[in-house]
Design a protein around this ligand. Structure first.
Ligand code: C5P
Length: 234
């Protein structure tokens, strides 16, 4: 399996760099990519990302930028300097913010993938009403996914349960990156609405973000291989 075919992105959520590196040493960059989020990036910064890249891994930098267009475009440019494979921002930052970020990345010789978060899956209908969104979360997800497509981004981060409808409306040329994935044999942890890896791929996911089913497994590489085998079986 080559980089380009590996569809699992392992979420590194550790307060401790050595623990993360211990796990990473047991993984294989031809079988997965890695996601670095706000916690690890805030603690360990660009040198941590660099150390993962030196081990041969492609990185999804999950910092969910949301600010004025100029600031987000500059932040995306800075992330691209780290030679990450994928980065993200909040679609609710608006069309001009997304276009500014995309255009800045397009000036580079190698453009990383740029995807948007629509509505955080942690938000209920009451939560989004309180911040001024009307209607159900699912309708807002679709509206923001369509806006993301119109702004020329590569795709969105979404729940696998939202993937079918987004695929139906937006088509095949749009990347869907989905957390909330649990193999049948794993515990759900604090995830509530989950799909198995095979179900998520069938629903239209392009990449699966998987954390604890791999990071907390006694044999992480075996857990990863089992997920890849399930995906390949689809
Ligand atoms: O351990 P687990 O597989 O639940 O980790 C999933 C990863 O995806 C975590 O880094 C979590 O923050 C992220 N995520 C999520 N649900 C979302 C968005 C991101 O679980 N809606």
């Amino acid at each position: 399996m080559q980089h380009s075919e590996a569809r699992v992105i392992v979420a590194l959520d550790y307060p401790n760099q050595a623990k993360a590196e211990e796990l990473v040493d047991r993984l294989d960059p031809t079988l997965c990519r890695l996601k670095v989020g706000k916690e690890m990036f805030t603690r360990f910064g660009p040198p941590f990302v660099e150390s993962l890249r030196k081990r041969g891994f492609e990185i999804f930098l999950d910092l969910k930028f949301h600010d004025i267009p100029n600031t987000v475009a500059a932040a995306c440019d800075a992330a691209a300097d780290l030679e990450v494979w994928m980065m993200n921002l909040h679609a609710s930052g608006g069309r001009r913010m997304m276009v500014a970020a995309r255009e800045r990345l397009e000036q580079r010789s190698h453009k990383p993938l740029l995807v948007a978060v629509t509505i955080l899956t942690s938000l209920s209908e009451e939560d989004i009403a309180e911040v001024g969104f009307r209607g159900e979360p699912a309708d807002n997800v679709l509206r923001l996914a369509n806006l993301t497509k119109a702004a020329g981004l590569d795709g969105v981060v979404c729940s696998p349960l939202e993937a079918v409808e987004i695929r139906r409306q937006i088509g095949d040329e749009f990347m869907l990156v989905t957390p909330g994935v649990r193999p049948k044999t794993a515990t759900q942890d604090d995830q509530r609405r989950v799909m198995t890896p095979g179900e998520a791929i069938t629903a239209g996911s392009s990449y699966l973000v998987v954390g604890r089913p791999i990071t907390a497994a006694s044999d992480p590489i075996q857990a990863l291989k089992a997920i890849n085998a399930e995906i390949d079986g689809q």
